[in-house]
Write a protein that binds this ligand. Structure first.
Ligand SMILES: [Zn+2]
Length: 391
């Protein structure tokens, strides 16, 4: 009996009085239970003077009012009875996203006013985008106002307790702020995407054009540069050629006879010196140390000498004895008899020396003499030929 009553005591103070769940009533229940246990403990020792004489009275005194008569302890679920099912929502600090007016007290709630709001995540979504409902209390009357996010219009929507004061910039004709079916929404979004696509295409075209014109300009620039460079090079080349030609013309030269062209010198002095040296070289080739005219054989051996006087007479140009003895070649007889024939007995060096001598500006006396000598020889030969013919 004692255990029964104890069970009923410990349970009754919890489940009774469903309206009162404050801490004070809970504390009161625990204290009363402890007192009851104490007296039940004392009742085990009836001989003591402290034992209460009437336990029933005690039980009624403390617990009668809290135990319902239809209480069934078997129905109590362990750990499940005392849970308070509260809809506690997370609190967030926010500013009013738009100006609104309370419907209860007509208080104006300006945009930007700060609130501690409760935040509720909605199960409903807008094409997968989460939506949130926010609960605030009117700053004038503490009446609850709710509004929620609206992904469709990138904005908020009032739901309860207040009306939105229309913002000036909001275009009420904008389909985004009107109610529409899902199909309409999809159509609208598709159309917007299409417009974007067209705009992108236009932009791409424009960019292409820009690039093209840029490239053309670059090409034109490069062409201009190449042309100007070529022109510059041509000008320079022409100028160089002109300078070279001028210098060539300014330079002293001798014109070689028999179509041998021109022979240029760097200066007049050089030309004179060269000519003199050539003359000397040529003279030395046919004279010995004493200034006698000499004749050499094929081995370079001196075979004949003429004094300068003899040379002046042109005796060295006459045919030698062996040459005179030699019978004329039958086929060539007529040619030798030709009056105009002048045998050229000069060596290559002599010919060169002659050319040099003729080329020099001033007529050389030696050349004059040599020419005169040649004429004499020719006259002699023609005389001989005439004699031969007479025979
Ligand atoms: Zn209000």
């Amino acid at each position: 009996m004692a255990t029964d009553s104890r069970d009923s005591i410990s349970i009754s103070h919890r489940s009774s009085r469903p309206g009162e769940n404050g801490p004070s009533s809970r504390l009161q229940g625990r204290v009363s239970a402890d007192i009851a246990n104490f007296f039940l403990f004392l009742s085990l020792f009836p001989s003591t003077s402290f034992a209460p004489t009437n336990l029933r009275w005690l039980n009624e005194r403390f617990f009668r009012s809290t135990t319902p008569p239809d209480f069934d302890p078997s129905k109590v679920v362990k750990g499940g009875g005392s849970k308070i099912k509260n809809d506690k929502l997370p609190t967030v600090r926010l500013m009013a996203p738009f100006t609104m007016q309370c419907l209860q007290c007509a208080e104006f709630i300006p945009k930007g006013l700060k609130f501690n709001a409760r935040k509720e995540k909605l199960e409903e979504t807008y094409f997968g985008v989460a939506m949130v409902r926010l609960y605030i209390k009117c700053s004038g009357c503490k009446h609850e106002i709710t509004f929620r996010t609206d992904p469709k219009s990138n904005d908020y929507k009032t739901e309860r307790g207040a009306k939105r004061i229309t913002d000036g910039w909001r275009d009420t004709n904008d389909p985004r702020f009107k109610d529409e079916t899902e199909q309409e929404t999809l159509d609208r979004l598709e159309a917007e995407a299409g417009e974007d696509h067209v705009q992108e295409d236009k932009m791409a075209e424009l960019e292409d054009k820009m690039q093209d014109s840029k490239r053309e300009m670059q090409v034109a620039d490069a062409l201009d540069e190449i042309r100007s460079r070529n022109a510059r090079i041509e000008r320079n080349e022409a100028a160089e050629k002109k300078i070279v030609a001028q210098k060539e013309e300014e330079r002293p030269f001798i014109e070689l006879k028999n179509g041998l062209g021109k022979y240029y010198f760097n200066s007049k002095e050089e030309m004179e010196r060269t000519l003199a040296e050539d003359k000397l070289t040529a003279w030395r080739a046919f004279h010995d140390e004493k200034g006698n005219r000499i004749k050499r054989d094929h081995d370079g051996k001196i075979i004949k000498r003429w004094t300068p006087e003899e040379e002046a007479q042109g005796l060295h140009l006459l045919p030698s004895k062996s040459e005179q003895k030699a019978k004329p070649v039958p086929g060539l007889e007529d040619e030798i008899i030709d009056d105009n024939y002048v045998p050229d007995t000069r060596t290559d060096d002599q010919i060169l020396a002659d050319i040099m001598g003729q080329a020099s500006d001033s007529e050389d006396s030696t050349a004059q003499r040599m020419r005169a000598m040649r004429k004499k020889v020719a006259a002699k030969k023609s005389g001989q030929a005439a004699k031969r013919q007479k025979r």
